[in-house]
Design a protein around this ligand. Structure first.
Ligand code: 5GP
Length: 188
């Protein structure tokens, strides 16, 4: 997605350890016009897939996911990183966070992920694929079907994409970073 790539070149910042900071337009301050176009692009890429719901994980996946849900008039459900006291009947698994270097117990209500659901998963970044693997596990527990997984930015040098594609998942990434070596952004 050329518009996104231009914006990453203009406003993205590299941090040691293979981290790309995009907090001026994606995951802290957000550009809703760009986010809307990101939603349209995901829809174009998943046009051939049959799905009834968008699933994401808090917090940074919510903005792109809601754009897709809004345009398609489909429900959006986000996986929570903290178990609410009032949530019964839930599915849970453990996800390792790459940026925070800690494990989270993530959860989703069985009411919102069921065997009748075919969903696409949307998130801001694909790095090692830990969040995505957590989603695969939750889908398995729910008996739901994954129709695809879409990421705003994939860091191809961290192998999550390879892992997911090897499992036969339809993965779409709107910008692919081949390397962040020497704090230079090399985009595909
Ligand atoms: P994964 O689970 O694929 O290993 O990592 C994806 C998650 O970690 C994303 O949800 C995102 O929040 C965070 N993440 C991974 N790499 C980066 C990065 O380079 N920059 C930022 N801002 N977040 C990242």
């Amino acid at each position: 997605m050329e518009l996104l790539k231009q914006r990453i070149r203009q406003d993205g910042r590299c941090f040691p350890g293979g981290i790309l900071k995009v907090d001026s337009f994606i995951n802290h301050q957000m550009d809703p016009m760009l986010m809307y176009k990101i939603g349209e692009e995901f829809i174009r890429r998943f046009k051939g897939e049959d799905f009834n719901k968008i699933v994401t994980i808090e917090a940074s996946g919510i903005a792109p996911a809601i754009m897709v849900g809004y345009i398609l008039q489909l429900p959006v459900v986000f996986v929570k990183k903290k178990k609410p006291k009032t949530m019964e009947n839930m599915l849970s698994t453990v996800v390792h966070s790459f940026t925070k270097d800690r494990d989270y117990n993530v959860c989703i209500s069985r009411n919102f992920l069921t065997p009748d659901d075919r969903f696409i998963f949307i998130d801001d970044f694909l790095a090692y694929g830990n969040a995505a693997l957590g989603i695969i596990e939750l889908a398995k527990q729910a008996g739901a079907h994954i129709a695809g997984m879409g990421f705003i930015i994939e860091k191809a040098f961290q192998d999550g994409g390879k892992l997911l594609r090897e499992q036969g998942i339809h993965v779409e990434s709107l910008a692919v970073i081949d390397s962040l070596d020497d704090c230079q952004i090399h985009m595909r």
